[in-house]
Design a protein around this ligand. Structure first.
Ligand SMILES: [Zn+2]
Length: 434
């Protein structure tokens, strides 16, 4: 807040200087306005007290927000756990193509249908939706058998039927109403992935039980030197649809994998296997947790938090309780303009005064399970020896102010954190304008 005010004052001073210089040259008289007067401008005050813009997953949608607690219209604010829980427990509307001849269940979960510009399958295709797992926002059911829906288009490269390059773009279009069905998610587990925070939040029976480090997709070049825009993890709400178990990607092994949107998986941070002793090596992947890194999948920490929760725990809970097909996974889009909040200065953190190198979110942490850590305050984190501590990668403590400000600078309103991806999306926009 203070920062905003001084920036506004600086801007006001610059404007004054500029107008004074202009007036001198043109010979015009300028009424003298003091900076204090400008600072007390009631409109500026109102803007300051209004706080940052509230973002929802349907940010920028041409359709009015409804008042329900759906994924699409619930603010992306993890501190309001009650609102987030209500959103997680809302029924999810998915496409169900029914029994498709010659395709088993697994194959059907990788099929998609098109969203059309008009309620007519001869009109232009504007988006793609994955069968059985991808949630849709229903705007309107028409009398003619079609519905107007909205979602982040699930365009993948190599997808059996991908025809357009709508890489994770929020689009609305028409689908046949006969394919739409609602599924009630389980209250035994629900997951929220925030692409801005690069955190996975785990909910069980109304409570947030864990905050884990994760990595979502990063647009990067493939082996041919071409960019892969479809690496960007598609936002939206989905159902976990398949217990994959283990998969190999780029010669790395991804354990505890679960599929939720055609080819998108959520799994443990990948590891290599040491040829000499067979041990698992995480050193090429684990340090990236907390920032974008994957080819589109969601990598989750394997180190267990103070409550013993990690990717393995999530996987085993779904398998042991037979929850596959009922677990909702929500992915929040990192819209430009969204900002990470700075924690309350009185937030309690912990450390080991006896040569500890890390700071922690809990008194007891699996990094050193026998030690009872000593508390200190978030406001002290940049002072003296605390300034040397690194965030623990077991218990995911709050980021430092400087790290939060670095993320917020990239996502500042008016910027473009997806410059490369937006260039690659231009083909889709040109196609729409044809
Ligand atoms: Zn810790």
């Amino acid at each position: 807040m203070h920062r905003t005010r001084s920036a506004a004052a600086l801007l006001a001073a610059l404007i004054l200087l500029f107008s004074a210089a202009f007036a001198e040259e043109s010979g015009l008289e300028v009424e003298e306005i003091s900076i204090e007067t400008l600072q007390e401008d009631p409109q500026a005050e109102a803007e300051e007290t209004a706080g940052p813009e509230v973002f929802t997953p349907s940010h920028g949608s041409p359709w009015d927000h409804d008042l329900g607690s759906s994924y699409w219209t619930t603010p992306m604010d993890i501190t309001d756990t009650e609102a987030v829980w209500n959103m997680l427990m809302e029924p999810i509307t998915v496409v169900d193509l029914g029994n498709v001849k010659g395709r088993n269940f697994s194959q059907r979960t990788k099929m998609n249908i098109y969203m059309y510009k008009e309620p007519d399958e001869n009109s232009k295709i504007v988006g793609e939706v994955t069968n059985l797992s991808q949630g849709l926002r229903v705007i309107e059911h028409l009398d003619n058998g079609w519905s107007l829906v909205e979602c982040y288009s699930s365009s993948f490269a190599n997808h059996p039927k991908t025809v357009i390059s709508a890489w994770n773009i929020l689009v609305s279009g028409y689908v046949e109403s006969k394919y739409l069905t609602q599924v009630q998610p389980t209250d035994q587990l629900a997951l929220v992935v925030d692409k801005l925070a690069q955190r996975l939040y785990v909910f069980v029976e109304g409570k947030m039980v864990a905050e884990l480090l994760c990595s979502t997709g990063l647009v990067q070049k493939n082996n041919d030197g071409k960019y892969q825009p479809y690496n960007e993890t598609r936002s939206g709400e989905f159902l976990v649809i398949n217990m994959t178990g283990s998969l190999t990607s780029d010669r790395l092994i991804c354990s505890y994998a679960m599929r939720f949107n055609a080819g998108d998986e959520i799994h443990e941070v990948p590891h290599a296997v040491d040829k000499r002793d067979g041990s698992f090596k995480y050193n090429s992947t684990e340090p990236s947790l907390g920032s974008k890194k994957s080819h589109g999948c969601i990598r989750v920490q394997r180190l267990s938090n103070p409550e013993g929760i990690n990717m393995k725990w999530i996987y085993n809970r779904i398998r042991s309780k037979d929850l596959c097909g009922k677990v909702k996974i929500v992915i929040w889009e990192d819209w430009q303009g969204r900002q990470l909040p700075v924690p309350d200065p009185d937030t309690v953190l912990y450390y080991n005064p006896n040569k500890g190198q890390y700071y922690h979110s809990a008194e007891h942490c699996n990094m050193a399970s026998k030690i009872t850590f000593t508390p200190f305050l978030y406001s002290q984190l940049d002072e003296g020896d605390f300034a040397k501590l690194k965030p623990c990668n077991f218990c995911a403590p709050a980021r430092r102010v400087a790290d939060i400000e670095a993320v917020n600078a990239v996502y500042a309103p008016g910027g473009d954190h997806e410059e490369l991806l937006n260039k690659l999306r231009q083909g889709y926009y040109d196609y729409l304008a044809e």
